[in-house]
Design a protein around this ligand. Sequence first.
Ligand SMILES: [Zn+2]
Length: 221
Amino acid sequence: MYKHPLQDREKMSPQEALTILLEGNQRFTQNISAHRDLLNVVNITKEKQHPFAAILSCSDSRTATELIFDQGLGDLFSVRLAGNIASRKAIGSLEYSCKYLGSKLIVVLGHTNCGAVKAACDGFTGGHIGEITKMIFPAVEAETETKENRSSANNEFVGHVCTLNVKTQIDTIWNSSDILRDMLNQGQIGIVGGVYDLATAEVNFPEQYQIFSSDHPLVQN
Ligand SMILES: [Zn+2]
C-alpha cells in the first residue's frame, strides 16, 4: 500500500506532513510497521518522485530516517551529514527537494549522544572534521547555562548543545536561503526541529521549533 499517492501530496499541508512523521515514529517505537509493497512503489515512482518531507539529519548509523519515521521509498528526501549541519550543499539539497520535488516540510533532526556535537563540545578541530565542528560551535557558545565542566563528559551539557544545534542549523537555513524563506513566507512549506532519543527511539519536536509561518519568533529578523 502506497499511503500517500503522488497526486495527493501536492495538497498536503506542512502540518499534515509533520503529523505523518509523528505517527510513523509512534509506530516505530511500538515496533510495528505500515505494510509496504516496496517493489510496487518502485514501479509507481520510477518516472517521478514527490517526497513529502526533506530531512536534514545526522549520519549516525542509529538514526536512519526512513526507519525511525516508518516511511518507505519515495517518502523522504534524506540529507545526512554528521551533526546535521546546514552546510551550503545541504541547504542546496533542501532547496531542491522543496522547490522542485514539492516537499512540504523541512525537518532538522538532531539526536542524543551525537558524536559530532560531543566533538564540538570538546573544541575538536582536527582534519576535515573541523569543517563540521566549526558549524556547531555557535550552539556551544549559545549554551550559557552550564558554568563548569563544559565538555563531552557532561551529558546534560551535551544534551543542551544538541538541542541548541538544531536551532543553530535552522537559523543558518533561514538566513542563507532566499528560496526557502520565500516558500515559508508563502505558506508552502514549514520548518521544524526535532531531537531523536537513541534510548527511547522517540522523536521530540519542541513546540518552539515548529515554524509554519514567517511570523514565528525563531525566523524573524
Ligand atoms: Zn550524530
